[in-house]
Write a protein that binds this ligand. Structure first.
Ligand SMILES: [Zn+2]
Length: 309
């Protein structure tokens, strides 16, 4: 992909949470030769990429990445599978107190299908996935899972509703997370269903990649969920399966909620300070306790269950 095709649009993006155009520079870097700029909304405190690629440019980027990653490969490699297995175990453990029964589970961005497989094993539920990457989709299908390439394919097959919908490391890629979650709630989720989400944590994860359009804190993730019509049941910052000490990820479970009268967005304060403090803490833990700060990818599957081994 040439630079002219991949460079982000020059026009500033309104805040994906509150719509404000008042923003300040938060982070600027180069990601594989592509400039990536993240801005801080001056009205609500959300950190988001602006300018960013158009939807067509993003699709081209994903296609090119996929080609690069999967050329000559039969499917996901061992390291990747170990991380996915560890993540599935951690998400299942997190979810258990809030879910007694699942009949139908949809995992959006299901990758190799290990999360679906793990929940199917625990709840004996029907499992459906969406995965645009061909090699990963094929891998998941070999596990006996029903996997579609896109949301449109899923809609055409009339599979909804689901009593659990999960999105692990998907929300940060979406340009309009509030609208996406709102539509997910009305079109895909059963009335008393559960939403399970995991995203990188702005205050511990160095995640300003070109495909990450929004960077979430616990506060901003909850605001997005509320605006989309969800009530958060539980929200946890943790490192599993990659760290015993650094809270790299935010995992949330939420239920559909009727929009409340007089709902107001609560702005987040001191975002710049919290990012600095979080990254300093990460730096210190990495130097003081490297073995506990970072679990190698190939050991992530085994390390996921150990909270303080
Ligand atoms: Zn905002």
């Amino acid at each position: 992909m040439s630079r002219s095709e991949s460079s982000p649009n020059a026009s500033p993006i309104p805040c994906p949470l509150c719509g404000s155009r008042k923003s300040a520079l938060f982070d600027q870097r180069s990601f594989r030769g592509i400039p990536v700029t993240n801005r801080l909304c001056q009205d609500c405190g959300l950190v988001y990429q602006s300018p960013r690629m158009s939807e067509a440019q993003l699709n081209a980027f994903y296609e090119s990445e996929y080609r690069q990653l999967y050329q000559g490969s039969q499917g996901p490699d061992r390291k990747d599978l170990a991380v996915q297995e560890g993540r599935a175990a951690a998400l299942l453990e997190f979810t258990r107190p809030y879910i007694k029964e699942i009949k139908r589970h949809l995992d959006i961005g299901c990758s190799a299908g290990l999360l679906l497989q793990s929940f199917r094993g625990a709840f004996a539920c029907q499992s459906v996935g969406i995965e645009p990457g061909t090699a990963y989709r094929d891998y998941a299908r070999q596990l006996g899972l029903q996997v579609y390439a896109s949301l449109d394919e899923l809609h055409a097959a009339q599979e909804a509703p689901f009593d659990l919908v999960s999105l692990a490391h998907v929300l940060e890629h979406l340009p309009d997370p509030v609208d996406y979650l709102h539509r997910l709630r009305t079109d895909l989720l059963a009335k008393h269903g559960r939403l399970l989400l995991e995203v990188p944590n702005l205050y511990a994860h160095d995640s300003f990649e070109v495909a990450h359009l929004v960077s979430y804190s616990e506060h901003s993730l909850q605001q997005v969920l509320r605006k989309a019509g969800f009530e958060t049941l539980a929200l946890q910052a943790h490192g599993r399966p990659r760290s015993h000490l650094i809270p790299l990820y935010l995992t949330a479970i939420a239920i559909p909620a009727e929009p409340q009268d007089g709902y107001h967005l609560e702005p987040e304060k001191r975002v710049v300070w919290k990012r600095r403090a979080g990254m300093l803490r990460r730096w210190l833990l990495t130097r003081l306790q490297p073995d506990r700060a970072w679990i190698p990818a190939e050991k992530a599957a085994a390390g996921a269950g150990e909270r303080s081994a």
